[in-house]
Write a protein that binds this ligand. Structure first.
Ligand SMILES: Nc1ncnc2c1ncn2[C@@H]1O[C@H](COP(=O)(O)OP(=O)(O)OP(=O)(O)O)[C@@H](O)[C@H]1O
Length: 303
């Protein structure tokens, strides 16, 4: 049975149709990322799934319950990590985590949880002495306090430096290993590519597509870009025939191709024949971000 099953979910605020007949499922142990531009409807969907917001129509089942009527028993089974939880600044990390763990019947050991989120050396630090990234780790510890079967992560690494972001990604990977199902929202496409088993892309309340990051990249039909520096003494005329005319930018050549393999083969054979390796030869297939931008920048499908 799916951990989350949403069918034809609809929610309007006055004349704004924030969520328009959205359907998707999330399997047990899966990491699912909801993506979409500002105002696409992500928060509305997540809050309906958490049981904090009502819906106008559609079916929603989460952990076998309807969140609208699940009450506190339902909410004890989920973990919610918000973007900016307000903390009691005078509490220490350990005090806050212990208090939060005490609220749940099924709970983590507070000290293990502090270790898990990488705050072991900040156990006795007051919240007011934590950096922004450390506060986000504390957010995560508090969201995990009830050993949730399902975790909602709302933009978990916004404001993180690169090292803290990688640490958070490792942590999510460990949670996956522990079997936690995760619904993630993020504006970082690299984060979705790294973490999500599947992603759903929303725009103006409609779910445009659902698939694995690789399926979305392949489905985008965007070209691959082969680029390299022209070796000294070589002219553009000497390049082999390719599936498309190459473009020249300063001293670099760009081949924007839907047929990358034969083009790359011709170019490497050409390089071998002239005996000089082109500088910084790269083959860049479309990224999830490219596919996402192509999808969300298309005119809206009305109907
Ligand atoms: N309480 C509310 N009252 C009126 N309109 C709302 C309310 N909450 C959201 N909306 C509108 O519903 C739409 C969807 O908003 P929502 O917050 O779900 O989007 P989002 O995808 O989470 O955006 P973001 O990426 O900016 O967080 C937007 O047009 C927003 O203005």
């Amino acid at each position: 049975m799916a951990t989350i099953a949403v069918s034809e979910l609809t929610r309007a605020y006055g004349s704004v149709l924030a969520v328009d007949r959205v359907s998707f499922t999330v399997g047990e142990g899966e990491i699912f990322a909801l993506l979409g531009p500002n105002g696409a409807g992500k928060t509305t969907i997540v809050e309906i799934l958490e049981g904090y917001r009502s819906r106008d129509s559609g079916e929603v089942q989460v952990l076998g319950c309807d969140p609208a009527s699940g009450g506190s028993a339902y909410r004890a089974r989920i973990g919610v990590v918000l973007q900016s939880a307000g903390f009691e600044e005078e509490f220490t990390v350990r005090e806050l985590v212990r208090l939060q763990c005490g609220l749940f019947p099924r709970r983590h050991d507070p000290d293990e949880l502090i270790d898990l989120v990488g705050l072991a050396d900040k156990r006795a630090t007051r919240v007011k002495g934590l950096s922004g990234g450390q506060r986000r780790r504390l957010d995560l510890a508090l969201g995990l306090a009830g050993a949730p079967e399902l975790l909602f992560l709302d933009e978990p690494t916004t404001g993180f430096d690169p090292a803290a972001r990688h640490h958070a990604w490792d942590l999510v990977a460990r949670l996956r290993e522990l079997g936690t199902t995760i619904l993630l929202t993020t504006h970082y496409l690299e984060e979705a590519q790294r973490l999500a088993d599947r992603v759903g892309v929303l725009k103006a309340g409609r779910l445009l597509t659902v698939g694995t990051p690789d399926e979305l990249r392949a489905g985008s039909r965007l070209p691959t870009v082969i680029s390299f520096g022209l070796p000294a003494g070589c002219s553009a005329d000497g390049l082999p025939a390719l599936s498309v005319p190459p473009q020249f930018r300063e001293d670099r050549v760009r081949v924007v191709t839907h047929d990358p393999l034969p083009d790359a083969r011709r170019l490497t054979e050409w390089a071998a024949a002239i005996g000089t390796a082109p500088a910084d030869f790269t083959v860049a297939p479309p990224t999830l971000e490219d596919a996402y931008l192509a999808l969300t920048e298309e005119p809206a499908d009305v109907g």
